[in-house]
Design a protein around this ligand. Structure first.
Ligand code: PPS
Length: 570
């Protein structure tokens, strides 16, 4: 395998074969078992193969995995804080043996790499969550991923890179570590400070990066993550256009922008170390770590998962070993009298400090309110408004959930008619029965089939929402985690409003419009929700409507009022 030795950034593992070797590998591997990589695995493999994850040479084997979880080190002792593992289904794993090879394919079926299997094992995912992220609280995105999205078996081994991924967007901003180092060399940049971000950059970020570069007398690399970030983040297309706009406000020749196709884990301190190693691999000499670096937000009790500056503490502790220097920063605040952003710890007594939080900024975007110029450049705000218009111009999904016979379809229908009467909305109704007929006719009512049904509805609704329409869904959707998956899928594309049609079981059964409850009681229909199958009551729906003593028109009106109060209709 070619290994480049570089004075700047240390040695780099480039795992790709030369073109003719790759052709031969493709031929050789024709009959190997093959695995379709998940979106996260696709991000991981890109950075494994291009050397961004050096010194890794593949997905972690068991000994490396265990030591990484326990001590943030590979089996050979080198620092590595996040387990990079290949999770596969039990069925697929049962076909495999150590010493054999697996073809890894992308979403289009292209052979991206071959994995030479060294280990196959079933990890304790809850233990991994506890060790790596310090919690089993599923509000942590990486914990939720481990518990609900990860496949149960890990396979480890070294990788042979066959075909680099093709990105069709922002080609001019995509550099491998080798290309990035070459660019720095060509530009004559000897010291480079990297700035990691998953958010749009405003003036505070600009000032912070200016100061960092000045402080260490280095050039600046704005190195935003465009792989996978925190669910609900602004999409990378919008962000990158914002960064490009902002770039014109930096002095020429001092600053570069390049995109990092990383799948973040939101692992706070451990993730900060990981980010630092990656930036060293890209040839940077310095790395900015600010407040709440790679923070996952608050846990289920409303407390922060990590201390605001824990990431800085961990990075400083390993600084010598890392081979890249941290530039720590406090939160930046705007001091009105100075008309300037400064770090919070430099504010003098009596100075008036202004700040607009991320939440407040999003509220202003949603409501179409003004964003002051001191906070962000108008071009950046304009770019954000294009893809994040005020709420009444956004698409949204209205997701009714409730027992059979609770009145979901009736209310959904009435709401649809009222929205169509208003005239400025394109509405699609995905009622339970309609979907079962047109999308899910082969499915039954086992948990697996219900989940599949709901995820299909979620997929269609997300497409409608993304394109500015209104999707009204009315399935039973009895499982909380599946409803959450649908919410997480749709929220980044527009609004998601969950309405629990909370008519009590006794009332639904008494109505028994379709005669199904009687059949369920008689055991003729099995797995009937509320009778012989569970219904998990939504804990925090945007609205709960009990239809007892309420006409369908009144219930629909409550939904319309809720949509108005949330800003989805004007
Ligand atoms: S789910 O759980 O969300 O996938 O269910 P959904 O697609 O909404 O389908 C519910 C409708 O199917 C009829 N039906 C059953 N419901 C629940 N449990 C069982 N076993 C079952 N068998 C058939 C029932 O008419 C539901 O319609 P609604 O409109 O909810 O009354």
């Amino acid at each position: 395998m070619p290994e480049l030795i570089e004075p700047h950034g240390g040695s780099l593992k480039d795992l790709y074969l030369e073109r003719d070797e790759a052709d031969a590998e493709r031929q050789r591997a024709r009959d190997y078992p093959s695995w379709d990589l998940t979106p996260r695995q696709l991000c991981d493999i890109e950075l494994l193969l291009n050397g961004a994850f050096s010194p890794l040479e593949g997905f972690l084997g068991k000994a490396d995995y265990e030591r990484v979880c326990d001590e943030m080190r590979l089996a050979d002792g080198s620092l590595w804080p996040i387990p990079i593992t290949l999770d596969v289904s039990e069925g697929f794993a049962s076909e495999l043996k150590t010493g054999a090879s697996v073809v890894l394919r992308d979403l289009e079926g292209v052979h991206r790499a071959t994995l030479l299997i060294s280990d196959i094992w079933t990890p304790d995912l809850a233990a991994e969550a506890q060790k790596v992220y310090g919690t089993q609280d599923e509000k942590h995105p990486a914990v939720s991923y481990l518990m609900h999205q990860s496949y149960p078996v890990y396979i480890g081994g070294s990788l042979i890179g066959v075909d680099p991924p093709e990105h069709y967007d922002f080609k001019h901003l995509r550099d491998s570590p080798t290309e990035m180092r070459a660019r720095f060399r060509k530009l004559g940049w000897r010291k480079v400070v990297a700035f990691q971000t998953r958010n749009p950059m405003h003036r505070a970020h600009q000032e912070l990066t200016f100061r960092a570069a000045r402080q260490v007398e280095a050039n600046l690399l704005i190195h935003p993550v465009v792989g996978m970030t925190k669910p609900g983040d602004i999409d990378h297309f919008t962000r990158v256009r914002c960064y490009e706009n902002l770039l014109s406000h930096y002095p020429e020749q001092t600053t570069a922008l390049s995109l990092l196709p990383l799948a973040m884990r939101m692992g706070g301190p451990r993730e900060a170390l990981w980010h630092a190693i990656i930036r060293k691999n890209y040839g940077c000499t310095h790395f900015i770590v600010g407040r709440d670096h790679a923070g996952p937000g608050d846990d289920s009790n409303g407390n922060a998962f990590y201390g605001h500056y824990d990431a800085q503490d961990v990075v400083i502790k390993h600084q010598d070993e890392l081979g890249i220097e941290m530039v720590p920063f406090k939160m930046m605040v705007y001091v009105q009298d100075r008309a300037q952003f400064i770090p919070a710890d430099e504010v003098k007594e009596g100075e008036l400090v202004m700040n607009i939080s991320g939440t407040e900024f999003r509220r202003r975007l949603h409501e179409g309110l003004e964003v002051p110029h001191w906070f962000s450049y108008p071009e950046v705000v304009q770019e954000l408004r294009k893809t994040h218009p005020a709420r009444h111009r956004q698409g949204f999904t209205l997701f009714f959930t409730g027992l059979s016979g609770s009145g979901k379809s009736t209310i959904a229908n009435a709401v649809m008619v009222k929205l169509m009467e208003m005239g400025d909305r394109r509405v699609t109704l995905l009622d339970g029965d309609i979907v079962r007929k047109n999308l899910s006719s082969e499915l039954g009512f086992s948990k697996e089939h219900r989940d599949l049904n709901i995820l299909r509805i979620g997929f269609v609704a997300s497409e409608i929402t993304k394109n500015g329409g209104v999707a009204i869904c009315a399935p039973i959707a009895p499982y909380a985690i599946t409803r959450k998956q649908v919410r997480d899928l749709i929220s980044p594309t527009g609004g998601f409003v969950e309405v629990h049609v909370a008519t009590p079981l006794e009332e639904c059964e008494a109505r028994d419009r379709k005669g199904l409850y009687a059949k369920a009681r008689a055991g003729i229909i099995k797995e009937f929700t509320g009778i012989s199958d569970p219904y998990e009551i939504p804990e925090n729906p945007e609205l709960a409507v009990d239809t007892v003593g309420v006409t369908p028109d009144q219930a629909a009106h409550r939904v319309i009022v809720k949509l108005e109060s949330l800003g989805y209709i004007k």
